[in-house]
Design a binder for this molecule. Structure first.
Ligand code: ATR
Length: 287
């Protein structure tokens, strides 16, 4: 597609933005769908968020993503947050609708879409989430809307897990949530799905796994939200054990596809999502 006067700019703002795949994902979609948009990434200094937003509005930029450390800082500048993202307290996607900024968080929704696309049902399931940071929060805020049996949170800093449990139970009082520290003994056998949201498995911890998979039942589903490397130590161990397992590429691509659908105000095909996932897998593999 040729860039001309009609081309619209979309972007990511964050700091740092080094190595982000968002431009690769969005520009691939624009090319495949023949949409006359381009997507750039901008590294924004800490005290420049307000000015940046003013600038984006002046340029009539129709949509942008926000990444760390601004996912919470953006909130006071928004005119509206879509209902399903109001409780999370973090926003990763904004639409400029006639000068009004509307926010949504597609991070957790991207994970849910990945489960759905792989026909993974959550009904009556017992889920073990490793980690209690921003990514764990995004995913668990979506999980608690489902008809689950139980969530357990395992985190290095137990108090952070306890804080997340409290926040989650405020929204869903009936859901059973247990919290463990890394050294504690847990009944692994009862879990149906394990989700790693920590950075253990990524550089510089690429040779580490956040949990030993011995003791889990044989139909355990293992999800790692890490996408680089494509196969973390946790996932290679899951593979050896014959567990169904998923890396973070589908979640990453799905949060982008959902952002794109929010901006375009229409759905993209499942084929488009699958092609983007394949493209990003290959891109990461060759990098
Ligand atoms: P993100 O937004 O990616 O979730 P984060 O909020 O910094 O990032 O959270 C990182 C998660 O990885 C946390 O759960 C963190 O555990 P702590 O709460 O104890 O810090 C976890 N984590 C990071 N490095 C870890 C390590 N070496 N071992 C175990 N857990 C680790």
């Amino acid at each position: 597609m040729e860039i001309n006067w009609k081309t619209s700019l979309y972007c990511l703002i964050g700091n740092p933005i080094d190595g982000t795949y968002s431009p690769i994902i969005h520009n691939f979609i624009y090319k495949e769908e023949e949409i006359d948009n381009i997507y750039m990434a901008f590294n924004i200094k800490e005290d420049k968020l307000k000015e940046t937003l003013k600038g984006l509005l002046s340029l009539n930029v129709k949509g942008f993503n926000i990444t760390a450390p601004y996912k919470e800082d953006i909130i006071p500048f928004l005119d509206e947050i879509v209902e399903e993202s109001r409780d999370i307290g973090a926003i990763n996607t904004v639409k400029n609708k006639n000068g009004k900024l509307i926010g949504i968080n597609t991070d957790g929704l991207g994970f849910m879409k990945m489960l759905d696309d792989n026909n993974i049902s959550l009904k009556d399931k017992r889920i073990l989430i490793i980690g209690a940071g921003g990514a764990a929060k995004g995913i668990s805020y979506e999980l608690i809307k489902e008809d689950l049996r139980e969530i357990s949170i395992l985190n290095r800093t137990k108090e952070r897990g306890v804080k997340l449990k409290k926040d989650l139970n405020r929204l869903n009082r009936d859901l059973e949530i247990e919290v463990f520290g890394m050294e504690e003994d847990i009944n692994k056998y009862k879990f149906d799905i394990l989700i790693n949201t920590t950075t253990v498995g990524m550089e510089p911890y690429h040779d580490k796994s956040p949990i030993d998979l011995d003791g889990f039942k044989e139909n355990l589903i293992v999800c790692d939200i890490i996408y680089k490397p494509l196969e973390t130590k946790l996932l290679s161990e899951a593979k050896v054990k014959g567990f169904e397992h998923y890396n973070g590429v589908a979640m990453l691509v799905n949060q982008g596809v959902l952002a794109q659908e929010f901006w375009l105000n229409r759905s993209l095909s499942r084929k488009m999502t699958l092609e983007t996932i394949e493209y990003i897998q290959e891109y990461v593999r060759l990098e």
